[in-house]
Ligand binder design. Structure first.
Ligand SMILES: Cc1cc2nc3c(=O)[nH]c(=O)nc-3n(C[C@H](O)[C@H](O)[C@H](O)COP(=O)(O)OP(=O)(O)OC[C@H]3O[C@@H](n4cnc5c(N)ncnc54)[C@H](O)[C@@H]3O)c2cc1C
Length: 294
C-alpha cells in the first residue's frame, strides 16, 4: 500500500496526498519529491499523526512557506507535514493567538487592521508564523521571539504550551528546530499604536528590503558571525558571482545564492565551496542559517 493510502486508512479525515514536489513549494525552487504530504487541521490531529509516524518508523519533516530550506534531490520516502489549515487568528486587546499556517503578510495585515504595533520589522520576510517562530525570523531591529508570550506545540501524542523562555530563541534557532517540535500556534504580545505610525514603519522596512537580490533564493545562507557580516566576508574572498552548475553567489548580496536551474546538490556544493574559502582565507567557519530537508 502506498504511504498516502496508509495515512488515509489510519486517519480517514486527514487531508493528505501522494507525491510532494519540493521545487514547487520552496522559494529556492529545487529538490526532489516526497512520497506523501499531510495537512492536519489542528494540533490534536497533528499530535496523533506524529505519534503514528513515530510508531511506524515513517520519517517526516515540517514545511512552512519553504523560504529558508534546501530540500534534497531524489525521493524522500516520508511525509511532508504542512500547516496551511492552521489559520486561527484571535485577538484580545494587545495579545494575539495566530495559527502556524498564517503567512507573515496576513499577520501584518490583521495587526494593522487592529492598530497593533511591534511586528512591523517582519514586513517583506517570506514566512509562515510556524516557520518564523522556529527560525526566530527577524532583522537587526527585532526578532519574532522578542514578541512571543507563549507557543502551543506538538510532538508525538501530545500538544503542550511553552513560555517564551522555554522556546530558547536565539539567532536563527529555537527549541522547535533543536527538538523537532511542531509549532501549532503562537501567542504574541503587541502594543497599541496609531495607523499612520504603523504604516510609516512598515514603509521604512519595505524600503530597506527593496535592494535585496531578486530571483529564487533562500534568503541569507549563513548567520552573521559575532560582530561580522557573512556577506562582507564572502565578498572579501572574491566569491561574488562564483557558481557551481546553475547555482550562483549573488553579485548584489554575497550571502544570497541564486538558483538559475540548479539541483540541490549543486547548491550544496556551492555552499561547501564558500565555507571552505572563507575558512581558508579568513579563519572563520560560517554557520548555515538555511535548513536542509528532510
Ligand atoms: C528573499 C528572502 C528574504 C529573506 N529575508 C529574511 C530576513 O530578513 N530575516 C529572516 O529572519 N529570514 C529571512 N528569510 C528566510 C525566511 O524567510 C525565514 O527564515 C522564515 O522564518 C522562514 O519561514 P517559513 O515558514 O518559510 O519556514 P520554512 O522555510 O518552511 O522552514 C524553516 C524551518 O522551520 C521548520 N518549520 C517550518 N514550519 C514549522 C512549524 N510549524 N513547526 C516547527 N518547525 C517548522 C522547517 O522544518 C525548517 O527547519 C528570507 C528568505 C527569502 C527567500
Amino acid at each position: 500500500m502506498t504511504l498516502h493510502l496508509c495515512l488515509k486508512e489510519r486517519f480517514p479525515r486527514l487531508q493528505a496526498g501522494e507525491y510532494f514536489d519540493f521545487a514547487r513549494h520552496t522559494t529556492i525552487g529545487c529538490g526532489g519529491t516526497a512520497a506523501a504530504w499531510a495537512s492536519p487541521k489542528d494540533g490534536e490531529e497533528l499530535a496523533l499523526l506524529m505519534d503514528f509516524l513515530k510508531r511506524e518508523h515513517i520519517p517526516c519533516c515540517f514545511l512552512g512557506a519553504g523560504a529558508n530550506v534546501l530540500p534534497q534531490d531524489g525521493l524522500f520516502d516520508g511525509v511532508v507535514i504542512r500547516f496551511s489549515r492552521m489559520q486561527e487568528f484571535q485577538a484580545e486587546r494587545t495579545a494575539v493567538r495566530i495559527g502556524a499556517g498564517v503567512t507573515g503578510g496576513r499577520l501584518l495585515k490583521e495587526l494593522e487592521a487592529r492598530t497593533l504595533a511591534g511586528a512591523e520589522f517582519l514586513t517583506g520576510i517570506p514566512m509562515t508564523v510556524g516557520g518564523g517562530a522556529a527560525m526566530n525570523a527577524g532583522v537587526k531591529e527585532g526578532h519574532i521571539g522578542d514578541l512571543v508570550e507563549s507557543v502551543t506545540c506538538a510532538e508525538a501524542g501530545r500538544t503542550f504550551v511553552l513560555t517564551n523562555k522555554e522556546c530558547r530563541f536565539s539567532e536563527k534557532d529555537s527549541i522547535f528546530l533543536q527538538e523537532r517540535l511542531a509549532v501549532v500556534s503562537v501567542k504574541l504580545r503587541l502594543k497599541k499604536s496609531f495607523p499612520e505610525e504603523i504604516a510609516r514603519r512598515r514603509c521604512y522596512f519595505r524600503l530597506k528590503r527593496s535592494s535585496l537580490p531578486k530571483g529564487r533564493s533562500m534568503g541569507c545562507v549563513f548567520v552573521n558571525p559575532e560582530g561580522r557580516s557573512a556577506g562582507a566576508l564572502i565578498d572579501g574572498c572574491g566569491l561574488k558571482g562564483a557558481s557551481v552548475g546553475g547555482a550562483r553567489v549573488s553579485e548584489l548580496h554575497a550571502n544570497f545564492i541564486i538558483n538559475e536551474g540548479a539541483t540541490s546538490s549543486e547548491i550544496s556544493a556551492l555552499i561547501a565551496l564558500v565555507k571552505r574559502r572563507v575558512y581558508e582565507e579568513r579563519g572563520i567557519l560560517l554557520r548555515e542559517e538555511i535548513r536542509r530537508l528532510p
